[in-house]
Ligand binder design. Structure first.
Ligand SMILES: [Zn+2]
Length: 473
């Protein structure tokens, strides 16, 4: 009943062309009030600070960093011990340049020091338990403040606005929804999608039938934007191309994988719009989005500090590739200072011709766009596979397709690993891949990296005639 009234009200507002205005000025602020978030407050702030000169933005980052360091020293046992060991006080780390005095932390560091990295009385920061499957095949569980969620969304809305999007505009999210077979969408999730006018489509396992169904759904709902994994959006675009379906959007927002040039080109040609790529490391707090000039990713410096270092941890010059290290300036419940994202990128010291002061992150490497295709027509994309493993107590995993219908999963168990973890990921995997797929789990102590010393969590060794879909860069 409530949903029907809500739906009728939204339709009426759509008819009079007022929805986006009402969404931005009434619905989203009310949602913030109800949920205890601050998305619209940050969105307004970020719309202004994007035009600040780079020096002023750096000053803002330094103030936030000094506050975070003081908090870590006072309330986070891991950092208090670390500072004592290194003979440092908060006064020694006041600016970004001082960060080099602290070591880089890895997923391993976090797993081993989970309790010590959690702040004293974390409830003060409204922590939200979180997890990631990781593009390096290493799942991680952690906490983020509710405030981090707010500024993340605000940063994303600001970036989407560069493509013409306004909060409340109709969009598709083509990602990892409906991952767990029996999990029904909550009322909150349904209402939220309705108010945001977001059509959530699962990109976990795609087949021709599923894509046909999505095309029908999209044609009737008429969303103007798509947000999701480039490999999945590419499959939708390719499906439209193969079957002569005409579908256009105002813009496509791609995330979670490296956007390969050929993938971008097919999507842009087929959907007759530009692709706005974005980079985010949800665990570490990094965020950077392409603007309308498409000359790199503007870093959301109001929420994070990004450093690029070489193998030995030394800073590299702008324009040179190195490891992306991130410090989330807003996560107080479980702060990660100098977190190794596992991604490779380079900074630019050139200002963007759009006039925004936000510095640019140039090419991103390291997030591969691998996928596995089975003869039953199912395709599993890389980011979707990472979601299947994100809540498992596993140190590292790797999927190897050794034949048409044969999958081998290498697993390095985590400390709290139990039979339930195996049951969980096998259940999800078989649901999406199909019951005719043979899956074997191989437990090992470590998984060696492949060629170029680069670890890949999806490998296709199927030489028996099935299409090989590995894409790397
Ligand atoms: Zn720009």
């Amino acid at each position: 009943m409530f949903a029907a009234i809500l739906s009728a009200t939204i339709k009426w507002q759509e008819k009079v062309g007022m929805y986006s205005l009402i969404a931005e000025n009434l619905i989203y602020p009310l949602a913030d009030l109800a949920l205890g978030t601050s998305v619209m407050k940050y969105f307004c702030q970020l719309q202004k600070t994007q035009w600040w000169p780079v020096e002023r933005l750096k000053e803002m980052q330094d103030v936030k960093l000094a506050e975070l360091i003081s908090h870590c020293h006072k309330n986070v046992p891991y950092y208090r011990d670390l500072f004592t060991r290194l003979g440092l006080t908060p006064a020694d780390i006041q600016k970004q340049e001082d960060l080099r005095k602290l070591p880089i932390i890895s997923k391993q560091t976090i797993r081993e020091n989970f309790k010590k990295l959690t702040a004293h009385r974390p409830d003060r920061y409204k922590p939200i338990p979180n997890s990631t499957g990781g593009s390096t095949g290493e799942p991680l569980q952690f906490y983020i403040d509710k405030d981090v969620v707010s500024i993340n969304w605000a940063g994303m809305f600001r970036g989407w606005e560069w493509a013409g999007y306004k909060p409340g505009d109709k969009r598709i999210t083509f990602g990892g929804s409906s991952l767990i077979p029996e999990e029904k969408a909550s009322v909150f999730y349904v209402v939220r999608n309705m108010l945001e006018r977001n059509l959530s489509l699962s990109a976990v396992s795609l087949t021709k039938e599923k894509l046909d169904h999505y095309v029908k759904n999209i044609s009737s709902k008429k969303p103007r934007y798509i947000y999701g994994y480039p490999s999945s959006i590419y499959m939708l675009a390719d499906h439209c191309r193969c079957y002569g379906i005409n579908m256009t959007f105002n813009a496509v927002f791609s995330t979670a994988e490296v956007l390969l040039p050929n993938i971008r080109q097919v999507i842009e040609t087929e959907f007759k719009c530009r692709v706005f790529d974005q980079y985010g490391s949800y665990d570490g707090g990094a965020q950077a989005l392409e603007c309308e000039k498409h000359s790199g990713f503007h870093i959301t410096v109001e929420k994070c500090i990004i450093e690029i270092v070489d193998e030995c941890g030394n800073y590299v010059a702008p324009g040179q590739s190195g490891r992306i290290i991130v410090t989330d300036l807003h996560n107080y419940a479980m702060p990660f200072i100098r977190y190794e994202t596992g991604d490779i990128g380079k900074l630019s010291n050139e200002p963007c011709s759009c006039g925004r002061g936000l510095p640019l992150l140039k090419a991103i490497e390291g997030r591969t766009a691998d996928f596995i295709k089975f003869p039953n027509g199912v395709t599993l994309t890389g980011p979707a596979i990472t979601l299947m493993f994100k809540d498992c107590n596993i140190e590292q995993y790797q999927l190897v397709q050794t034949g048409h219908n044969i999958l081998l999963i290498n697993v390095v168990k985590g400390e709290r690993y139990s039979k339930e973890d195996e049951e969980r990921f096998l259940h999800i995997l078989k649901h999406h891949a199909g019951s005719d797929i043979s899956v074997t789990v191989n437990y090992c102590d470590s998984i060696p990296p492949g060629s170029n010393n680069k670890f890949k969590f999806i490998i296709n060794r199927d030489n028996s005639g099935a299409r090989v879909n590995e894409q790397t860069r």
